[in-house]
Design a binder for this molecule. Sequence first.
Ligand SMILES: Nc1ncnc2c1ncn2[C@@H]1O[C@H](COP(=O)(O)OP(=O)(O)O)[C@@H](O)[C@H]1O
Ligand SMILES: [Mg+2]
Length: 243
Amino acid sequence: MAPRPDWVGSMLDVAGLRAGYAPVEILHGIDVSVGAGEIVALLGSNGAGKSTLNNTLSGLQRPFAGRVTFDGTDITGWPSARIVARGLVQVPEGRRVFPNLSVRDNLELGSYRRGGSGRTGNLERVVAIFPRLKERWHQLAGTLSGGEQQMLAIGRGLMSEPRLLILDEPSLGLSPLLVEDMFTLIGRLNADGLAILLVEQNVVQSLAIAHRAYVLENGLITLAGKASELADAPALRKSYLGQ
Ligand SMILES: Nc1ncnc2c1ncn2[C@@H]1O[C@H](COP(=O)(O)OP(=O)(O)O)[C@@H](O)[C@H]1O
Ligand SMILES: [Mg+2]
């Protein structure tokens, strides 16, 4: 379906999304949107359904009901390759790099579905963002540290010239110092104009860089609003910050 010419809505618009692992429903009707140029945080503790949502948005799982619109096009139920080709790109949880391929080969695979013509320039851009990857250029990805693998996973996502990047728990398993670096970097990518859906358990740092946020609990959005306002919301402070 072609985009409607009068379309002026969000870049990503999720309405009434139900999904899970048939016959078990995990997401019970989710409404989420991300506008052009926004960082939107999706917060929730372990098992809330964050990755299920990401995988459904990315076409790795088919939704049971609801609608996903990207850039004005209904992409509900599209296969993942076609969704990536549109520029909706996910960096999955647990940084799934190919362990037996080099850093360079992992990055190049990122431009398989999209960004092929800009590959050389994109490689240079990724290396400028993550100089460490250049130092590890021919090293097998499986031998990188956790932080380096996360850089590689994000770099690979950037190789496909995302219009919207979904990051699934990018700070998971990193040392506190690297977590700080990771959030700074995500903020910088957004400052360059990239729309980001930042999926995190790290509430304080996510709210500090996000424009808006949603809280997902047991497959339902229980709080939504401006990040600055949610940071002060008593319900959020009590549940996630123990205050
Ligand atoms: N492959 C799967 N099959 C069945 N249930 C799953 C599968 N993956 C996750 N789940 C269940 O879905 C729920 C949400 O998981 P998930 O989306 O991974 O949460 P989060 O990413 O927020 O930690 C959990 O109860 C989890 O056990
Ligand atoms: Mg998850």
